[in-house]
Write a protein that binds this ligand. Structure first.
Ligand code: MG
Ligand code: MG
Length: 256
């Protein structure tokens, strides 16, 4: 992941372009949520995502990013993030699948993720999904000018750990704009030893809790992309791109 040290503030016009990019992402995710059913493969979802994105006049952002071979990240059950779509990965009743999609529109990126249930899922998985999405919104509520990035982190962590789940440390949220990943990093846990940047109007952040049912420890599989929980218990992931404005956080990737 490329790190840019300076935080790039966006103008109102730039935020409007980012809203457009993120609304493409939102539309893709809504389509996938509606289409994902038992018997489909993650390859099918990848094809749908890319077609929908291009039909809406944007380019899929992840394809080719550091060599990623697909448009969509599709991570099933114990897979945390960066699952590679495959004709061999069939969705089954009771699975949860995290769908992370990015779009590039007129030079600006959008990035958002949801975790969806395939058919009926057990109560533990349903609760993990619910708490992860709630954690995202707890974090977004702290995305206020004058707060620090760590206020977002604290809110996410408190909600997820308060429910008995754990917060992935190894992957974090990020600034977003003309680069998919910009400064600052937005961790979902508090790292007390680091000083955390102050939030200001014009910053756009991708806030993205990755919450595990068991241990927070993760590892990368031999395909060099797919990240799984070390204990192979399920994981969920929700993400929004959020603009910080003088009147509070604005979710650019909102799905209506
Ligand atoms: Mg994402
Ligand atoms: Mg992201």
């Amino acid at each position: 992941m490329t790190k840019v040290s300076a935080i790039h503030l966006k103008t109102g016009e730039e935020i409007d372009l980012m809203r457009h990019a993120n609304q493409v992402v939102a539309e893709v995710l809504t389509l996938l949520e509606n289409e994902a059913t038992p018997g489909m493969t993650t390859w099918d979802l990848d094809r749908l995502s890319e077609e929908c994105c291009r039909d809406l006049g944007a380019a899929p952002a992840f394809k080719g990013y550091y060599g990623f071979p697909a448009s969509l990240c599709a991570s099933i059950n114990e897979e945390v993030v960066h699952g590679i779509p495959s004709r061999k990965r069939v969705l089954r009743e009771g699975d949860i699948v995290s769908l992370d999609f990015g779009a590039l529109y007129k030079g600006f990126y959008g990035d958002s993720a949801i975790t969806v249930a395939i058919g009926h899922v057990n109560d533990r998985k349903a609760r993990l999904m619910r708490v992860t999405e709630e954690s995202l919104y707890k974090g977004i509520a702290e995305a206020q000018a004058g707060n620090r990035v760590s206020d977002i982190s604290k809110a996410v962590q408190a909600h997820a750990e308060g429910a008995g789940f754990s917060v992935v440390r190894q992957y974090v949220g990020h600034g977003i704009g003309t680069q998919l990943h910009e400064a600052p990093e937005v961790p979902n846990y508090c790292a007390p030893e680091t000083s955390s940047p102050r939030l200001q109007a014009g910053m756009v952040l991708a806030i993205e809790p990755m919450i595990n049912m068991g241990t927070y420890a993760v590892k990368t599989l031999g395909d060099r992309w797919t990240v799984v929980t070390e204990d192979r218990q399920p994981s969920a992931h929700f993400e929004h791109s959020v603009a910080i404005t003088s009147t509070g956080p604005v979710i650019l990737s909102n799905r209506v």
